[in-house]
Design a binder for this molecule. Sequence first.
Ligand code: GUN
Length: 288
Amino acid sequence: MATLIDGRQIASDIREEVKQAVLAHTSSGKRAPYLAVVLVGDDPASSSYVRGKAKASAEVGIESDTMTFPDTISEAELLEIVARLNDDDNVDGILVQLPLPAHIDDTRVINAISPDKDVDCFHPASVGRLSIGLDGFAPATPAGIVQLLERSDIETSGAHCVIIGRSNIVGKPLANLMLRKGIDATVTVCHSRTRDLAGIARQADILVAAIGRAHFVTAEMVKPGATVIDVGINRVDDSTRDRGYRLVGDVDFDAVEPIAGHITPVPGGVGPMTIAVLLQNTLKAATM
Ligand code: GUN
């Protein structure tokens, strides 16, 4: 029986810490941290994420404004909006919700955000700082995972961390974070072409599943006592639910939970941490 890593509780602890820090900041006479959120189009998932970010910001005393634009906006117009936010001294953090409509180049827009306001940590300068261990913003999901480990007293120094998935927003930045001095893990990154993925996964003291395939990690891939972190959020059909589906992770939880030492549930594991890190980053943007 594994110990559950309670992402909801840990994220709630972080939000409370940010709230206290924001209070200390404003008590000293400074204005509240300010996050500008840019949403293009009316994709329900993006709208829901953005609402969650605005609500969480308000709860900790961070001011935010969600600027919503129709999906007919041109790339040039969007770049102009980003430029204005860059120049606005009352804006600390800028977040452009992805994905953007097909006629807009995500990379061009991300690259236009001032690295000083890049609370998503998507700008190449932010990624570069992370990779050489300079101080800067933390990428939401990877930094959320590191804080889950730290706050659950899981030893990372010298531990073998196997990451399944090499995406730019999870696998690669997580590998960089886990390698950092002070965290000191030995890192292996696996992907769809990896040979004997199960054999490598079985060597992991910390196994991170971030591939976006429901129930990909099975019991045979987990060393007894390992810490298993599940980044996946996958829809599977479920006729017993009103909405016709349920959300499951990349880990076959029922099979792996009896073997693992610690495990994150889905939902309620990594997911809640991402907004908590965004709040930490926005506070950082306002105070650095
Ligand atoms: N779309 C899904 N997740 C994210 C995120 O963390 N940041 C941004 N900007 N867009 C997203």
